[in-house]
Design a protein around this ligand. Structure first.
Ligand code: T46
Length: 327
């Protein structure tokens, strides 16, 4: 599967989802009345540079008349295509301005549950942050749209509570919306574990164009009772720390600022992960060798630990560690 420009040959399949209640049931635009000519017109407009109107083709579509030409110039609509080049859906970035954009996606019923939605979303977010250098992408969905809410929650997107008024104004009269946003630097597709150590998603509340707030609550979010918090700061780029394991200590490591490579080794093998997203943490529960490399000056490593500091709990000899792991 891949993203490409919309093509006129996509119009019949685009029209098919517009007339499919399974797809449009929770969308507020009137797709049922759309014709093949409407779909073709939308595609042509998406291709004409600077006339990228969104008369149809995504969840929040409106008529061309509703959108000024200036705004239309700031929209991108692309096709999600199968390996056989069949149109599977449309993914869009709209209202691209002031470093942010609104994301929208619609896929055909035939594409649901087959990875097309996630591929389309991941690809256009990558485009937004790397090619367009945007700072944030936001979108909303009806809370009644259980399938969509499940999809975004499953992929660990965070609900936003503080949406700028000019964005809300576009949805005047529409209630029961759930807003999401993702910021540049957020890891979109994080693995579940590294060397058998669990990667956790720290609850994070983004605010469009005003950063995000992450929090962890002791007994709710931690696999152990926290006795100690420490953090490592003011480290120059390229410095390595760690080079030890612990006998009993359990810890959660996270990086609220910067980029730190964490290498973990235990009976599961040796694996690394880059900590650069403040909403990601790693739980180290078993005897695990750790090395940390500061990829960016002044990155901060925070640690929540299950025990008070105890120098005797450290295994600083790598050969001794290997013997313990191999036993
Ligand atoms: C770990 C990684 C991620 C204390 O006195 N109290 C403390 O709570 C800690 C953590 C350290 N110290 C002393 C011990 C050393 O004299 O601080 C000095 C530096 O500690 P260390 O060389 O162990 O720092 P790192 O960065 O290699 O390792 C630290 C933790 O010690 C370790 O438990 O898992 O961060």
């Amino acid at each position: 599967m891949y993203l490409r420009k919309l093509q006129l040959k996509d119009a019949p399949l685009m029209l098919a989802w517009m007339h499919d209640r399974n797809v449009t049931g929770h969308l507020r635009a009137d797709f049922a009345s759309k014709t093949l000519e409407d779909a073709e017109r939308f595609i042509e407009e998406s291709l004409a540079e600077g006339k990228n109107a969104d008369a149809c083709g995504d969840a929040n579509a409106r008529s061309l008349e509703d959108e000024g030409k200036e705004r239309a110039q700031r929209d991108i609509h692309l096709a999600i295509a199968s390996d056989e080049d069949e149109y599977m859906g449309t993914v869009s970035l709209r209202h691209i301005e002031n470093g942010s954009a609104e994301f929208a996606i619609t896929v055909r019923a035939e594409a649901m549950g087959r990875g097309y939605s996630w591929f389309g979303m991941e690809s256009i977010l990558d485009k937004a942050f790397t090619e367009l250098s945007l700072d944030s992408v936001y979108w909303c969905v009806s809370r009644d749209n259980a399938r969509a809410v499940r999809f975004y929650d499953k992929h660990n997107f965070h609900e936003v509570l503080d949406i700028p008024q000019d964005v809300l104004d576009r949805y005047e009269g529409v209630t029961n919306l759930k807003w999401y946003s993702v910021l540049r630097g957020d890891e979109v597709n994080v693995r579940d574990c590294v060397a058998g150590c669990k990667v956790i998603h720290i609850k994070t509340i983004p605010t469009v164009n005003a950063g995000e707030l992450s929090f962890m609550e002791g007994t709710h979010d931690f696999p152990f009772a926290i006795k100690r918090i420490y953090y490592i700061s003011k480290v120059p780029e390229g410095v390595r720390r760690g080079f030890h394991a612990h006998k009993e200590l359990k810890q959660v490591l996270f990086c609220p600022y910067g980029r730190i490579q964490l290498v973990l080794e235990n009976r599961h093998g040796r694996e690394e992960i880059e900590l650069s997203d403040p909403s990601i943490g790693v739980v180290i529960e078993e005897c695990t060798w750790r090395e940390m490399l500061w990829l960016q000056k002044d990155s901060v490593l925070c640690v929540a630990a299950s025990e008070f500091y105890d120098a005797d709990d450290y295994i600083r000899d790598y050969e001794a560690f290997k013997r313990i792991v191999e036993d």
